[in-house]
Design a protein around this ligand. Structure first.
Ligand SMILES: C[S@@+](CC[C@H](N)C(=O)[O-])C[C@H]1O[C@@H](n2cnc3c(N)ncnc32)[C@H](O)[C@@H]1O
Length: 221
């Protein structure tokens, strides 16, 4: 077989695999599960797939779910869909962007009408008593999270220092098998967060699973 033909076959099989996986993710995994957030965005469905996997993984464990960095609540919607009757989801966000003076990830600052975003998130979750919204910077609000076991922590503040604060506070409360999912570990411009996660994992002798979505996850031993 000529080199050109081999290259063509290779390209074709990669494209076929990619397309099959993409179709599988969109049609089977995402849309067939409770996942209303999907209709709100065109973001990479693999990111949602990983969130969903984490929720399924922790479903038989005890403890609350926490998301630090909520914005419009797209990820929170996915988590909400996987909550059991007795579990709670605590959502922490300033709904005012990053804290002044914090080393925010390059290019990651969101410009928004924050009161309108907060109102829409409040409306989105208002009929679900299991979902608790806490508005404010995490250094001032982290103590509002009840001192209970934690089964899932989604970290997505785009800032290393507040993420470290949340992780250091909640890690001792995480149950064995509980999952920490970091949204931006692998992205360019997020090196400070990556270093923070690496330091945490080294200290605890665990290895994060790094994914092509840019996310990383690790499990409480
Ligand atoms: C990338 S967005 C979160 C996206 C969300 N996880 C999702 O899946 O759609 C980051 C959020 O972190 C919030 N934030 C940044 N720094 C914060 C801090 N120090 N305390 C509380 N919230 C903060 C911002 O207001 C913003 O809404």
């Amino acid at each position: 077989m000529s080199l050109a033909l081999k290259s063509f076959h290779l390209f074709h099989s990669i494209m076929a695999a990619w397309q099959n996986c993409d179709v599988y993710c969109r049609d089977s995994l995402i849309t067939s599960h409770f996942c209303p957030g999907r209709s709100e965005s065109l973001r990479n469905p693999w990111i949602d797939h990983v969130v969903l996997w984490c929720c399924k993984h922790v479903s038989a464990l005890d403890g609350i779910y926490v998301e630090a960095g909520v914005f419009t609540g797209q990820t929170a919607r996915i988590i909400q869909g996987e909550l059991g009757d007795a579990s709670q989801l605590w959502l922490l966000d300033s709904w005012n962007g990053p804290d002044i003076g914090q080393n925010h990830a390059a290019g990651a600052t969101i410009t928004a009408d924050w009161n309108a975003v907060f109102d829409s998130v409040t409306a989105k979750f208002s009929c679900d008593e299991r979902v608790k919204l806490v508005r404010g910077y995490v250094h001032a609000t982290i103590e509002s999270v009840p001192n209970q076991p934690v089964r899932f922590l989604h970290l997505d503040l785009n800032s290393a220092e507040p993420e470290r604060l949340v992780l250091d506070t909640l890690w001792p409360r995480m149950v064995r098998g509980g999952v920490v999912l970091h949204d931006d570990y692998g992205h360019r411009g997020f090196e400070a967060q990556r270093k923070m996660i690496d330091a945490h994992c080294t200290l605890n002798n665990i290895m994060p699973l790094v994914m092509p979505t840019g996310q990383a996850l690790f499990i409480k031993p």
